[in-house]
Design a protein around this ligand. Structure first.
Ligand SMILES: Cc1cc2nc3c(=O)[nH]c(=O)nc-3n(C[C@H](O)[C@H](O)[C@H](O)COP(=O)(O)O)c2cc1C
Length: 398
């Protein structure tokens, strides 16, 4: 989208779509791109709410200039979040708008100095402070760890637009629709879950605190720094983040497995068959083929988890090791977990998966199956039984 889009009479989306970056944070694939949302409020004094990744400055500046009435400049840049995908263009923006004042809280200003050597023309704000632009009144709400320590939200109390920073954001470029009522909601909500699980999930408790804070605010449009702007149903975005941060899964099972030569895969198939025959929704991911960003999102979505891999050099198959470290870092909770593994002499993978389940206080669903090589008929029977038990576990509260 190469033009600014209005949210209200005098508030414009001046963000950009990024379809060039392959990996967000050099880690997470962007199959549908990502947007860096920035907003311009044109009043007696003009405020830019957040900016974009430095690489996209030309397009961003073009949109700002197209929205600025003749003779006006940008007076304030409100920094809700310091991550460089929103601040990378700050030094050039300061040159383009020489009277620009940078608005942030104490932690923002500390990071501004550290990231860009900027300590002039800054306005420090605290929780609840306001800034008058003329007709518009901005109110700042600190929301630490959503998703960095300095993150805050800015509420325009005049128009009821809540600029929420990374909170309630999602992956996915907004070219096919900036607003929730014009976009492919299913696709964008899937990308939102992937954003949540990959970027925000570790701070789920802080998300809960943020949601409590947001519930006390009066607003009608929710405008995050990535993904859709919610003007029709902002509560939908909040309820999605609410469910994800409480780690309430749907009644289904995500299977994450690794297998070099097919032995573990056969064990998995027996368990999956039992689940499918009981009508339990199952998503199966071969960790050697599917990027962890998708696997983690699916794990978050469902109540049940089946982990399966062979022993590799006395421990976990490396792709499983990576996945478990990620889940540990994201503080996975509230899952019912089954474990399967294959080995040839010492074993080790099953023990490590068990330790993971114990360390995260997840619920282990028995039987745990550790088969030697291809496994016996009894091993396959036990895998089937595990599938039955998992099905019971994830549907017992239905
Ligand atoms: C590189 C490599 C390392 C392995 N290390 C171990 C090991 O330390 N201990 C063990 O019991 N089995 C080990 N195995 C054997 C596998 O765990 C076993 O063959 C298993 O059945 C393979 O399952 P898969 O067909 O699902 O890949 C290793 C196999 C490979 C290829």
């Amino acid at each position: 989208m190469n033009r600014a889009l209005p949210l209200t009479d005098d508030t414009f989306w001046v963000g950009v779509n990024d379809r060039e970056t392959e990996l967000f944070e050099a880690l997470w694939p962007l199959a549908y791109g990502v947007s860096y949302n920035a907003y311009l409020i044109v009043d007696e004094r003009v405020a830019l709410i957040d900016a974009v990744k430095g690489h996209f400055l030309t397009e961003h500046l073009g949109k700002i200039q197209a929205s600025l009435p003749a003779g006006k400049t940008v007076d304030y840049l409100v920094i809700n979040h310091m991550e460089p995908d929103h601040t990378g263009a700050i030094q050039i923006l300061r040159k383009a708008f020489p009277h620009l004042t940078l608005v942030g809280n104490k932690k923002t200003l500390d990071m501004l100095a550290a990231f860009y050597g900027v300590d002039q023309d800054c306005l420090e704000v605290a929780d609840g402070d306001t800034l008058e632009l003329g007709r518009h009144r901005l109110q700042f709400h600190l929301t630490p760890m959503l998703h960095w320590p300095e993150t805050m939200m800015t509420l325009d109390t005049t128009t009821g637009v809540l600029f929420s920073g990374d909170a309630f954001g999602g992956f996915g470029a907004v070219e096919p629709g900036l607003f929730d009522d014009e976009a492919d909601r299913e696709l964008m909500e899937g990308e939102m879950l992937r954003y949540y699980t990959n970027i925000i999930a570790r701070y789920s408790q802080m998300v809960q605190k943020g949601i409590q804070k947001v519930k006390n605010l009066t607003f009608r449009v929710l405008a995050p720094t990535h993904g859709l702007v919610w003007r029709k149903d902002p509560q939908r975005a909040i309820s999605l983040y609410d469910v994800w941060s409480r780690q309430e899964g749907e009644p289904g099972v995500t299977v994450a497995y690794g297998s070099m030569y097919g032995n573990t895969q056969r064990l998995v198939e027996a368990a999956v068959r039992a689940l499918v025959e009981r009508g339990v929704p199952v998503a199966v991911h071969d960790l050697s083929r599917t990027h962890a960003s998708h696997v983690v999102a699916d794990i978050w979505r469902r109540q049940g988890l089946l982990l399966a891999c062979p022993t590799y050099n006395t421990g976990l198959f490396p792709a499983m090791d990576d996945l478990l470290r990620l889940l540990e870092n994201k503080m996975l909770r509230n899952k019912q977990v089954g474990i399967l593994g294959s080995y040839a002499w010492s074993g080790g993978a099953v023990k490590a998966m068990r330790q993971f389940v114990d360390a995260l206080h997840l619920e282990l669903v028995e039987p745990v199956v550790e088969a030697k090589g291809a496994g016996t008929a009894q091993d396959l029977e036990r895998c089937w039984e595990l599938g039955v038990r998992l099905a019971e576990a994830v549907t017992r509260n239905d």
